[in-house]
Design a protein around this ligand. Sequence first.
Ligand SMILES: C[S@@+](CC[C@H](N)C(=O)[O-])C[C@H]1O[C@@H](n2cnc3c(N)ncnc32)[C@H](O)[C@@H]1O
Length: 234
Amino acid sequence: MSQKIHNIFTSIADVYDFWGHVFSFGIDGLWRLEVAKEAVSSDNDNLSDYRILDVATGTGSIAIDISRKAKAANKHVEIVGVDFNADMVNVAENKIKKKKINNICFKVEDAMDLIEPGCAFDVVTAGFLLRNVDDVETFSDELKRVLKKGGKFIILEMGRPENNFFNIFFKIYFIFIRLIGSLIDKKAYEWLTYSILAFDRKKMLKILGEKGFKDLKIKNLPFHIGFIITGIKN
Ligand SMILES: C[S@@+](CC[C@H](N)C(=O)[O-])C[C@H]1O[C@@H](n2cnc3c(N)ncnc32)[C@H](O)[C@@H]1O
């Protein structure tokens, strides 16, 4: 699957941000801000070496939101954003150049086999990655390896809403997305809707629990299709 996913993001890299905001009516931005808020929140305000890894950073939106939130909270953080698609990373790099952000470093890396050293990060974030990988167990192992002891992960994902009203609403809305999406990139937007409906959040939580993470929580975001899973490395 990874080659198929890689090709999908190569073909939509330049339009990814634009159509993401349009199809979600801008709500995707609010979800990422929730991740950023959670990422910079810490019991210790005197952190001098706070390192955050954003896996599957794509066009870098979560990394950029974290950088902004940290600045607003007067916290010094170093952010590494990694993605296996160089075209997405190029867009991310252009964005930080334009915004003159200098505490983010983007790299091309595979989430299933990260080059980052072990026990190196206080926080790991991953936005909309899990639906796109074959083997969530391997990713969970990598997550555990790169986090410091007591470090936190924050996963942002989308899945079939558990609420009946929103479930029916999104089934209908997805017909519209597939229709408009077919004019932009048929494969990409078919995959988007298919992978959202197929993602099993409870199974993911179970896997993370079996890997030994503690304090596992799922927080539903407005409209119940997006959610954030958090947990701590034991
Ligand atoms: C839906 S985008 C999300 C991007 C970003 N996190 C955001 O919030 O917009 C999914 C990203 O995951 C990346 N991706 C998928 N599989 C990956 C893997 N095995 N390793 C690294 N990145 C991966 C894709 O290249 C793409 O940029």
